[in-house]
Write a protein that binds this ligand. Structure first.
Ligand SMILES: C[S@@+](CC[C@H](N)C(=O)[O-])C[C@H]1O[C@@H](n2cnc3c(N)ncnc32)[C@H](O)[C@@H]1O
Length: 328
């Protein structure tokens, strides 16, 4: 049974909700000129575009007039000039970041969600991130800190900073009050400003090069998080954090998300999934002069032995350094 045609106020007897605040990156009410919308066809193909009066959206299934979409409440179905069917919504943050223009690889929504939750990014938090790349993670961080927080985003490459600025501004529909985008190197920026933060998120090739300065910037109890794509990066950043001595034992993990096919009696995992995006490593900053107690467990035989060339945790017994690694 189809629902009755919506009341133009959209409230069907309920008092209307106020407009969502600009810094939320969400709009309510009828679709307006200049907004980005997302059409999804019956095969799941997605099309994002900006609503412009007088323009037409074209696909292999004919066209749709933008004017036929402007002024309607999102969440409706439309049919194109040759019978193609689409549903129309405003894009969610998780949809926007995987379809926006990219300068560099983005943090995927499943990982942004992990970062916001596990790095405990709270309203009002002061967060420093580097690099900003295309601005995908920035959008999630800004949403989480809200208008009273602060996200300082360092990006070495001006052309990427420009892409990120366009993306973030498009998502929030203007400048976000908590955002401070800086073109430059993170370490140089931290050394120049001496600024402090509750959280530092590193998405870059060599996060281990920043550990000393990040440790100086983090408040006691603050959290550093590194997002790295390869096992060699994972090892190096984890060992560098451990060797620093001013952090708790690092935690390393990845998240795998598997969709399910649910149809009558055919309920099974989906055939495809994103196998790997990146690893996450987090550690908490101890207070100045404080060290977390050393791990009681002896490292695996040879883990830091003669074949290992990275940073070693402090105070390893000599025999641990001299033995060979045996993966069995
Ligand atoms: C993978 S991209 C970041 C993607 C971004 N987090 C996103 O979600 O869209 C890595 C970026 O880090 C930048 N970068 C690398 N080292 C840096 C440093 N020390 N300071 C500032 N930016 C750095 C690179 O220029 C690159 O744009």
């Amino acid at each position: 049974m189809s629902e009755p045609h919506p009341d133009p106020s959209g409230d069907a007897g309920h008092p209307p909700l106020e407009a969502a605040p600009a810094w939320a990156g969400v709009r309510r009410g009828p679709l307006a000129e200049g907004e980005w919308i997302r059409l999804v066809d019956t095969k799941g193909r997605r099309h994002n575009f900006e609503l412009t009066p007088g323009k037409r959206f074209f696909s292999n299934r004919g066209h749709i007039e933008h004017d036929d979409l402007i002024g309607r409440e999102e969440g409706f179905a439309v049919t194109s000039s040759v019978g193609g069917e689409y549903v129309v919504f405003r894009p969610l943050l998780s949809e926007f970041v995987v379809s926006m223009p990219r300068g560099a690889a983005v943090v995927y929504p499943k990982d942004s969600a992990q970062i916001v939750a596990m790095v405990d990014v709270f309203p009002g938090a002061h967060v420093i991130e580097a690099g900003v790349g295309s601005g995908a993670l920035t959008c999630s961080l800004l949403r989480a800190v809200g208008p009273t927080g602060r996200v300082i985003s360092y990006e070495r490459r001006e052309e990427f900073a420009d892409v990120a600025h366009r993306n973030v501004t498009q998502f929030f529909g203007g400048d976000h009050p908590a955002w401070d985008l800086r073109v430059g190197d993170l370490v140089e920026g931290l050394q120049e400003t001496g600024e402090r933060a509750d959280r530092v998120v590193l998405d870059m090739l060599a996060p281990w090069e920043c550990v000393d300065d990040v440790a100086d910037a983090l408040l006691p109890g603050g959290i550093v998080c590194a997002y790295v794509a390869t096992t060699t990066q994972l090892s190096r950043v984890t060992e560098t954090l451990r060797a620093h001595g001013g952090f708790t034992e690092p935690r390393a993990w990845e998240s795998l998300v598997r969709d399910w096919h649910v149809e009558g009696l055919a309920v099974r995992p989906g055939h495809s999934m994103t196998g790997h995006t990146a690893f996450l490593v987090t550690a908490r900053r101890m207070a100045p002069g404080e060290q977390a107690p050393a791990k009681k467990r002896r490292p695996a035989p040879g883990a830091y032995g003669v074949d290992y060339s990275g940073p070693r945790p402090p105070d390893l017994p000599p025999q641990v350094i001299s033995e060979a690694y045996d993966a069995r």
